[in-house]
Design a protein. Structure first.
Ligand code: G6P
Length: 579
């Protein structure tokens, strides 16, 4: 996690870096810092958010600078632990995203050789190692020390003695934006889009030297060429555009994200490994795991293809899959556990596919084939449009493998999503905002929908919420039911309807208020529950989507009613690059 930005060119660096860091706050926001080359190294760093303290860094001089927004791993978030970090002589400043796993031993050795450490971070060892290796060439110094580092890093390094930024990457994302007489370095394209759409995505092991007129890339010691890619994300997508929060804007962008993302695949572009596979293993984390779980239900039911799913972090504790297609789902393309699981699958000779939203992300360098959804940049920490776009791709996979039974359904699904965006959920919000705990329940594919609903609620409203398979609630959680513990039940007119109605009556009998999502006109359901949320009458695939959108809106409005920091919930980050 953590976001980094660098600038070198003709303009004053600090305002560009401040603006860029604000765009990367979704990666971490407990502290921030900027270093520029003005009169020597000028540094401003603080605990707290760049969006609230930007003015403090505006005085920094110079046209070369690096910046960092932090999600603390080693050392509490305070002014001292904030990046940039410097060497003993203040000749070198660095920012780092990732974790140096062997930092403790390196630190002991450096202290024994007389280095003085100021912070508790793993990062500071890098500054001191560069100091030891720096004579008159910053690039060589970085090339010399990189092999000593174990772990993940995207690094930017500056020194007042050189007119350049050195950037290095290993297992943490780093993109170089190419402007006119200027270069940008950043954790992703969002800070860069305003200036250029031309970018080079560094590979693991690359070290780059950026000067105003020149970009040189080395792989270790060897000079290499990397292709320049055009990133067609729009800068407007990175702005709030009149919405109170990015999350609400992104929820409203879902009809488009779904429509566009279903079009990433047709029979011609369907990867051969999907066409011929007879079994699938899915690895993912967080919301992506829930998308995978929904996919498992649909794939098994519709195509008869057995699918196994594991949390990516647990994948290594199970016997490896034998010759089955392994699909990694990750909106950021950077989740460490998902990357590790895919590498492991490859080491067992399994074909691999990644489904991701971010061009140039690490996962696309690991998987044999990558399917890019088309959600555009997602800034809010809670996944919404990227989640719906994942489902668009996954539902399209099911459609194509099933002989295109659902083409029409998918073609029109965005209209039903549009319809539910306009729903009034105020009664349900009132019930949720005073709850101590909320249960979400469903059956079949609506069980993972419940998991995702509960995840959205807990991560942004901080109300304890749990998703359950409806039949499981009586095996323990019933003990927790009371008038302060609403249950949100999804009750669709399918083979689960009768048993869901019985489950709802059991919950009501134990004093829990029940909010139910059902199909419009279902008076039997509406009569037995406290709050009825009617969804348009649609196909099951679309019911899944519309239920999810209602849950996103319910979480959003509840969080707003409780005055939570919706786009940046406490302790969380959007891109989790540590295992
Ligand atoms: C973090 C984010 C979640 C996301 C999860 C997996 O926890 O806050 O929204 O679902 O990571 O991320 P991925 O990028 O792999 O989908």
């Amino acid at each position: 996690m953590c976001g980094i930005v660098g600038y070198i060119g003709r303009k004053t660096a600090a305002p560009i870096i401040i603006k860029g860091l604000k765009k990367l706050e979704y990666r971490g926001y407990d502290s921030f810092g900027i270093a520029t080359i003005g009169s020597g190294i000028e540094i401003c760093k603080h605990a707290g958010r760049i969006s609230e303290n930007a003015r403090s860094a505006l005085h920094l001089n110079g046209t070369i600078g690096i910046g960092h927004t932090r999600w603390a791993t080693h050392g509490v978030p305070n002014d001292i632990n904030a990046h940039p970090h410097t060497d003993c002589k203040n000749r070198i400043a660095i920012v780092h995203n990732g974790i140096i796993e062997n930092y403790a031993i390196l630190k002991r050795q450096l202290i024994a050789r007389g280095h003085r450490f100021l912070s508790e971070t793993d990062t500071e060892v890098i500054a001191h190692l560069i100091e030891e290796n720096y004579k008159d060439n910053l690039l060589s110094a970085v090339q010399n020390i990189v092999p000593k580092l174990q772990g993940s890093f995207a690094l930017l390094v500056i020194s007042p003695e050189e007119e350049r930024i050195i950037a290095a990457r290993n297992a943490s994302p780093l993109v170089i934006g190419i402007g006119d007489g200027e270069y940008f370095a950043a954790s992703d394209m969002t800070p860069v889009l305003e200036y250029t759409e031309r970018a080079v995505f560094l590979e693991d092991g690359d070290i780059a030297s950026l000067s105003p007129a020149n970009l040189e890339i080395y792989h270790g010691e060897k000079r290499v060429e990397r292709s320049v890619e055009l990133v067609d994300w729009s800068v407007e997508d990175t702005r709030k555009g009149g919405f109170a929060h990015y999350m609400l804007k992104e929820i409203y962008e879902q009809p488009q994200a779904f429509y566009d993302s279903t079009r990433t695949l047709d029979q011609e572009t369907l990867p051969a490994s999907v066409k011929k596979t007879s079994s699938v293993a899915i690895v993912a984390c967080g919301s992506s795991f829930h998308a995978g779980l929904i996919f498992k239900y649909l794939l098994e039911e519709t195509c008869g293809i057995p699918a196994r799913i594991e949390y990516a972090s647990e994948f290594k504790y199970f016997p490896p899959p034998v010759s089955c297609l392994v699909i990694g789902i990750t909106q950021s393309g950077e989740t460490a556990d998902t990357l590790t699981a895919l590498k492991q699958a490859k080491s067992h000779n399994c074909p691999t596919i990644a489904i991701t939203n971010v061009p140039g992300s690490s996962v696309s360098r690991i998987a044999d084939t990558t399917i890019f959804m088309r959600a555009g940049p997602e800034i809010s920490v809670a996944a919404t449009k990227s989640f719906i776009a994942q489902l668009a791709v996954l539902m399209q996979l099911v459609n194509l493998r099933s002989g295109e039974q659902f083409t029409k359904v998918l073609l029109h699904a965005h209209r039903a999503i549009e319809e539910v965006l306009l729903m009034d959920l105020s009664d349900a919000v009132s019930a949720c905002k005073q709850a101590q705990s909320i249960f979400y329940v469903g059956r079949g594919p609506f069980y993972p929908v419940s998991l995702e609903g509960a995840l959205k609620m807990k991560e942004i409203s901080y109300i304890h919420a749990e998703g359950y398979a409806a039949g499981e609630l009586k095996h323990g959680p019933f003990a927790l039911l009371s008038k302060d513990t609403p249950v949100i039940a999804i009750c669709m007119p399918d083979e689960t309807y009768g048993v869901m109605i019985s489950n709802i009556k059991e919950m009501k009998a134990r004093g829990a208020p029940v909010i139910a999502l059902g199909i419009e006109g279902d008076s039997e359901l509406a009569d037995i529950v406290d709050i009825f949320i009617p969804l348009p009458k649609t196909h099951k695939f679309v019911q899944i989507l519309t239920s999810l959108v209602v849950f996103q809106l319910l979480a959003y409005h509840t969080a707003v009613a409780l005055q939570r920091d919706v786009d940046k919930p406490r302790n969380l980050a959007k891109s989790v690059t540590v295992e």
